[in-house]
Design a protein around this ligand. Structure first.
Ligand code: DP6
Length: 401
């Protein structure tokens, strides 16, 4: 999830951004993509399945990733398995790819970021590509811009680069996932997901029509990136929260400044933001930060565990579950729910209104607006899984299991 937003390309084909951006990688225990790749001389074409359903690989973005990885392939030899593939054979061999998300795709969280990052990483392992994650990120970038940041864990910056061919427009890790382990992330998955404008066409329209866009990319973001890097390195939550929220609001402002205007946040997103703003103001120092991408889901980041429990109590007060099943309403790191003193629906119903609420309007409860909450934290980047029982392709047939 980005805290400094990428929005706008300076090169559509190579996917080069108009400004630098910074993101945090979620803990894969709670949100991740798993990809299995297989090669066999009997495969007659490259094929891919996403959550078990076959999809086309003919798009330019997939073709670019496959071509770039193949061009860097090396000899592969495994005597015990009787495998011997020479560097030049990779051009002729076809691959099967199967990819699953451990979170529902319909939640609107299945961004192309984790998918392309995982795909490029898996193909690189299969073909014995020696490039490090930085170099691989320049390939993942050609699948989807935001994907370049998702190979690394922790906090990651997508560097602009100067080269015409985009080879130095890569992602670098700022700090790893353990560096700021106080941070707690709560994702509010918003119920009504209207048909959204895709990021790719949305940002193109913004670049073409928004008069604020250039000012943002040239004047605002470069300063914010420097400040944000400092805040992350110093674990300075107050600055981090101020910048994250300001970035969110400016990103949605340039969407609104696009013609025709693009609406990603909805009333529910706005209600959550107001709740956080009000709480932060009443305490005097930011306790939580909020950010949304190209959709209404809100990603909240709490200062520490205590702030996370207070935040969750507020969220559950305003957005109680529709059923008595609290267990499927707050998923991921359940300990936060326990720490918040909420074990069942009765606990939710007896939550007192947050003290900062003094007017009736905000005292209101909104059922059915949130599908569920996911509690998580910063996590590691792409990793190679060696347990073959986890493979998504059948070793005999090469088809999804
Ligand atoms: C709002 O990476 O999905 O999430 O490069 O065209 O594939 P393409 O776009 P994409 O855009 C993501 C935009 C964003 C902000 C961000 O991730 O920084």
């Amino acid at each position: 999830m980005s805290v400094i937003k990428y929005w706008g390309k300076r090169d559509e084909k190579l996917i080069l951004a108009m400004n630098e951006s910074i993101s945090v990688t979620f803990d894969p225990t709670h949100l991740c993509t798993t990809t299995t790749v297989a090669v066999s001389p009997v495969f007659d074409r490259d094929r891919m399945w996403l959550n078990g359903k076959e999809m086309s690989l003919s798009g330019r973005r997939y073709q670019n990733c496959l071509r770039e990885i193949r061009a860097r392939a090396n000899d592969v030899e495994d005597e015990t398995k009787g495998i011997k593939i020479a560097k030049n054979d990779w051009e002729k061999l076809h691959v099967h790819i199967s990819s699953n998300n451990n979170f529902p795709t319909a939640a609107g969280l299945a961004s192309s970021a984790s998918g392309f990052a995982c795909l490029v990483f898996a193909l690189a392992k299969l073909m014995n590509v020696q490039e490090d994650n930085g170099k691989l990120s320049a390939i993942a970038r050609q699948g989807s811009g935001s994907a370049c940041r998702s190979l690394h864990g922790g906090f990651v910056k997508w560097v602009m680069g100067k080269e015409e061919d985009g080879s130095d427009s890569i992602a670098v890790q700022l700090v790893d996932e353990k560096y700021w382990d106080d941070l707690v992330i709560i994702i509010a998955v918003v119920s009504s997901q209207q048909k959204e404008t895709s990021s790719s066409s949305g940002m193109l329209q913004t670049v073409e029509t928004s008069t604020l866009m250039e000012y943002r990319a040239k004047e605002v973001v470069p300063k914010r990136v420097i400040e944000m890097e400092e805040a992350i390195k110093n674990r300075d939550f107050s600055t981090f929260a101020r910048l994250t929220c300001a970035e969110n609001n400016q990103f949605h402002a340039i969407c609104l400044d696009t013609s025709p205007p693009i609406f990603y946040m909805n009333d529910t997103s706005h209600r959550i933001i107001s709740c956080v703003e009000k709480w932060n103001r009443s305490v005097g120092t930011p306790q939580a930060a909020y950010t949304c991408d190209a959709g209404p889901n809100v990603v909240l980041m709490a200062r520490d565990r205590e702030a996370a429990t207070l935040l969750l109590r507020r969220l559950l007060f305003h957005f109680p579950p529709n059923s008595t099943d609290i267990d499927s309403y707050v998923v991921g790191d359940k300990l936060i729910l326990k720490d918040a003193g909420v074990q069942n629906i009765n606990d939710v119903e007896s939550l007192p209104p947050p003290p900062e609420i003094e007017d009736d309007v905000l005292n209101y409860k909104y059922k059915d607006e949130i599908r569920y909450f996911i509690c998580t934290r910063p996590g590691k980047g792409a990793v190679l899984l060696t347990d073959e029982s986890q493979a998504l392709l059948d070793p005999e047939t090469g088809l999804p299991k």
